[in-house]
Design a protein around this ligand. Sequence first.
Ligand code: PLP
Length: 404
Amino acid sequence: MRIDLDANATTPVLPEVLQAMQPFWRETYGNPSSAHQSGRRTRGAVEQARIAVASLLHCSPKEICFTSGGTESDNLALAGVLQPFLDRHEPAHLITTQIEHHAVLFAAESFERRGIEVTYLKPDSNGVVRPEDVEAALRPHTKLVSVMLANNETGAIQPVGKIARIAKAHGALVHTDAVQGAGKVPLDLSGEFKNVDLLSISGHKMYAPQGTGALFVRQGVELAPLFLGGPHERQRRAGTENVPGIVGLGRAAEIALAWLEGQNHHLLASPSEADREISGSQSPAELTARRNHLEKRLLALIPEATVNAAGAPRVSNTINLRIDNVDGEALMIALDLQGIAASFGSACTSGAAEPSHVLVAMGLTPKQAHSSFRLSLSRLTTDDEIAQALEIIPAAVARFRSVV
Ligand code: PLP
């Protein structure tokens, strides 16, 4: 049996989500833009999903633009705001951070090469960006501030509400990459995040299929589209909608909202799947307790282990463990052979020899960053799996040390 401790890379599609998607492959497959009955039916399903995603984020359904995932949402947010300034040859400044996912960082670097000024803020040693640093970086022509909600590698939650208030008072738009926050922490775009203008989510980090996602675009925010074509998604994203994927994302959003509110969401699962879900975490508090137990025991069982970003508020599922003098990548491979999926650096940078840009930005040396790896639990992770991981991981580290 494999133990999946890599939920920040991707999550399985929940049975309820799969079931909701099922009719939209062969039975109800009309193009949502078609005026006939079949099209109207899929249009209805897409709009239902839009309402569900808007409910999770506490915004209007009109403000939800479906995309192909977090990467597209991030690129659309940055390009949508910044490209018009380049087109008009007007100066513009972007403030972002050194700990962003490459979907934001590489987009920012591309705009920098084309003439947009960019400031990349350094986080503190816990991987948290300081609102006062954002304030100090603001310039008269700052047009966009993009700070992620939760870091994919460390789980550190950024003070986005505070940062957004500061940026808004200055007249800049605010984007947050909430890919690792959605479905893990409450996201209230009419409360705590009322000054956020653009927010990215990704389906496959919240038990919907890969290749699905959305960008929240606050009413009144002008966004230049990335794709040109039909008038889909209120002219913000041309292309026939991925109907089954959107339906799945909507169902996953409903389930995430119920889970965040501590409600039972086991409605349609088959008995064996229901078993697994029921033995997973029923609430954020339960997931936090499981993560904390795993973390505490690993620290007790592995000499010289420390948790990166331990002093930061963190999402409830993530552990970034540093074991000095053990190569994180080699350990990850050893764990894989023993049936545990973990991650070295972010999923998207694994395979590259570069140390994690996030850990280096926090002040770790490249060697310390190389000695770090990530364990991320899903809502389906069971106590049994945690117990097995607690046997396998310390033993693997000990073996490692004995050969090195
Ligand atoms: N942003 C963050 C913080 C992520 O963790 C990821 C994926 O790992 C992405 C963006 C990209 O999302 P997607 O895989 O849906 O393109």
